[in-house]
Write a protein that binds this ligand. Structure first.
Ligand code: ZN
Length: 350
């Protein structure tokens, strides 16, 4: 079977601490589930992925972090405490990122290159986070879901990988989570509950369709606890996590599709080459540039909103470079803008 590359990513966290209450201690379940994930991936000697590891988890289970790296996968940062960005200001966010990067560097002996925000919480109002990440030395981010979500997402963010220019010589590569165009809408089915519920062959079919229609590799995401169908049963007869009760709706919603998830990953492995973001940065064509104009250099006026094309993708701008053109433009608008020169970054390939 001809296999196409997709980026395989795992958010390594403890379910109760990350989903239920960030003040809870890290349990041992997640460590076991990460080892299950590594075992499953080892059935394809060529499969690689990026594991965004929570700093709190890494501090408790440093050996598991080393196991991930020893198996040939990329380790990146999922922040330290799993507090969504809308509950942090830029300086508290910076200290969370810095703390996580330091814990991981201490374990691995080298700096991590990438970041994923808890609950995909880089949204329109927290785009300042990209500048903080670049200032903290991170080369890429994969936190933005380019769709109109209730809790997260930026509806008009480009669906392809972008070199995001932040002004002042700073930039970061953004790998948006993959959405699927259906009936004129972008749907976030590249992971989570959607991926757990869709049949494996249908999920593979949808990913193949995205591989064919885009130039950057689609991004799949999952969590170690999705391999663990018995997570809630272990807390019987009264389901609690620590002292927190887990209501039936939460158990039902969070447990759906877990029993078949290992088989689903095996199906995806049959259809695709799993790749890490590190491999994507080396192996993909150069990414087009996007300027984040809310973080433009001082004195650069705000740009007008970019009209959307029928499929929801922004219209590529025309004319001379944005920096040259921006002085002509005034008024409010979208926080980002494609490089109007239409050129791709020659120096910094992704
Ligand atoms: Zn998470």
């Amino acid at each position: 079977m001809q296999r196409s590359p997709i980026i395989f990513s795992v958010d390594v966290e403890d379910w109760g601490q990350s989903v239920l209450d960030q003040s809870l201690p890290i349990s041992g379940y997640c460590a076991d589930n990460v080892l299950r994930m590594l075992d499953l991936l080892s059935h394809d000697a060529d499969a690689r992925g990026t594991f965004f590891v929570l700093g709190k988890f890494a501090r408790k289970h440093p050996r598991v972090v080393r196991d991930i790296a020893a198996a040939g996968h990329e380790v990146a940062s999922h922040g330290f405490g799993h507090v969504p960005l809308h509950r942090l200001d830029p300086e508290r966010f910076r200290s969370d990122v810095r703390r996580s990067s330091a814990v991981l560097a201490d374990i691995l002996g080298q700096q991590v290159q990438g970041y994923r925000a808890p609950q995909f919480s880089i949204v329109r109002s927290t785009l300042w986070a990209l500048r903080v990440l670049a200032e903290e030395g991170l080369a890429f981010d994969s936190s933005i879901f380019p769709f109109a979500g209730r809790r997260y997402g930026i509806d008009d963010w480009p669906v392809e990988t972008r070199q995001v220019r932040l002004g002042g010589g700073l930039s970061i590569v953004e790998f948006p989570l993959t959405t699927f165009a259906l009936a004129g809408r972008r749907l976030p089915i590249s992971g989570g509950g959607y991926a757990r519920l869709l049949p494996g062959t249908l999920l593979a079919h949808l990913f193949k369709r995205e591989v064919a229609r885009r130039s950057s590799w689609p991004v799949f995401y999952c969590h170690p606890h999705e391999l663990d169908p018995d997570e809630f049963r272990r807390h019987a007869p009264v389901p609690t996590w620590g002292t927190k009760p887990i209501g039936w709706r939460m158990r039902w919603h969070q447990g759906l599709g877990r029993r078949g998830f290992a088989a689903k990953l095996a199906t995806m492995l049959k259809h695709f080459h799993f790749r890490s973001f590190a491999q994507a940065r080396r192996g993909q064509p150069s990414a087009a540039e996007t300027w984040l104009v809310d973080h433009r250099p001082p004195g650069l006026p705000r740009l007008p909103r970019t009209p959307a094309m029928p499929n929801g993708s922004p219209t590529p701008a025309r004319g001379p470079s944005l920096m040259g053109r921006a002085a002509e433009v005034t008024g409010g608008g979208s926080p980002w803008q494609d490089d109007s020169s239409g050129q791709v970054s020659a120096r910094e390939s992704v």
